[in-house]
Design a protein. Structure first.
Length: 76
């Protein structure tokens, strides 16, 4: 799961945790995604918060991402 992919990818949501958005008063969600081999942490955009609130997106949900944005974080 390294790098950015233009093709669709299927993942399972392993964990969903609300986090306070610094840019607005909304809530975003940090998620752990698994492709069955790797686990990747991601930040769900606040526009999808209603899907979490109404339990359309919940732990165990299988999702297919059509488009992803990757940002490399330097820990040095």
């Amino acid at each position: 799961m390294s790098g950015c992919s233009e093709t669709s990818s299927t993942f399972q949501l392993l964990n969903i945790c609300p986090v306070r958005s610094l840019l607005n008063s909304g809530t975003q969600h940090r998620v752990d995604l698994s492709d069955g081999i790797h686990i990747q942490k991601a930040l769900l955009p606040s526009k999808f918060s209603q899907l979490v609130a109404d339990k359309t997106l919940k732990e165990g949900t299988i999702i297919q991402l059509q488009k992803t944005v990757c940002r490399m974080v330097d820990h040095e």
